[in-house]
Design a binder for this molecule. Structure first.
Ligand SMILES: Cc1cc2nc3c(=O)[nH]c(=O)nc-3n(C[C@H](O)[C@H](O)[C@H](O)COP(=O)(O)OP(=O)(O)OC[C@H]3O[C@@H](n4cnc5c(N)ncnc54)[C@H](O)[C@@H]3O)c2cc1C
Length: 191
């Protein structure tokens, strides 16, 4: 099975790693390189914030916590577990996401918990290297581009991309008002 993922921020790259680990030939299609994304400037502390619905977000947060906690033991991933205290008014209710954290507890100082913290300047290149390693493990040529830039000019020839091993590409995207949905549509059409 093949999959195209739009976006090379932490979400797109992590999705591609998970898919490749599951045996899917995943390709990342992106406008900006990982170091030019919002992900690259994030403080990147795990902390659920203003998202709904609560039950789904708590479950997703728990899954993300577990994924990042697993990576914290991996050399070079840029993930570490950071213990800390959130100051709270006495009598304030527990946070709605408390079930997502294994070691959350109330103290006189506030809410004690350990949360994953990610150094994105290390983690994004680590994800890219992991994609490359997974492709190698799958027996594919490590020199092939894993991502296909989505900025072909209207008269550009996609042949070099194809020759370089690209599986998906976009032709003539109209950057005025372009949306991810439109990009998805263009990908499906294939030249
Ligand atoms: C200053 C700051 C601090 C933050 N701190 C935290 C924090 O502590 N904890 C936390 O959880 N979150 C934090 N965030 C939020 C976090 O950075 C984002 O939620 C997260 O990076 C989003 O990741 P993403 O992969 O979805 O998107 P992005 O990193 O924005 O990546 C989007 C990707 O999609 C591509 N793309 C977009 N449109 C197209 C298109 N039409 N065609 C092709 N490609 C396209 C882009 O080129 C890019 O590669 C912070 C954000 C900022 C700005």
């Amino acid at each position: 099975m093949r999959a195209a993922i739009v976006g090379a921020g932490v979400v797109g790259l992590t999705t591609a790693v998970c898919l490749r680990e599951a045996g899917v030939e995943a390709h990342v299609v992106t406008r900006d390189a990982p170091q030019d994304t919002t992900s690259a400037v994030a403080a990147a502390l795990w902390y659920p914030y203003r998202a709904l619905p609560i039950d789904r977000v708590t479950a997703w947060s728990a899954a993300t916590y577990a994924w990042l906690a697993g990576l914290a033991g991996t050399d070079g991933s840029g993930v570490r577990m950071l213990p800390g205290t959130e100051l709270m008014a006495a009598g304030a209710p527990d946070p709605w996401w408390r079930d997502a954290v294994p070691d959350l507890r109330r103290t006189s100082a506030g809410l004690r918990l350990t949360a994953p913290a990610v150094d994105m300047s290390v983690h994004l290149p680590w994800l890219v290297a992991r994609l490359r390693a997974l492709r190698e493990e799958a027996g594919r040529n490590p020199d092939e581009p894993y991502e296909v830039i989505a900025e072909l000019e209207p008269d550009a020839d996609p042949a070099p991309y194809r020759e370089a091993g690209a599986t998906w590409w976009l032709v003539a995207p109209d950057w005025e008002g372009i949306s991810v949905d439109r990009v998805r549509g263009a990908i499906r059409e294939r030249p």
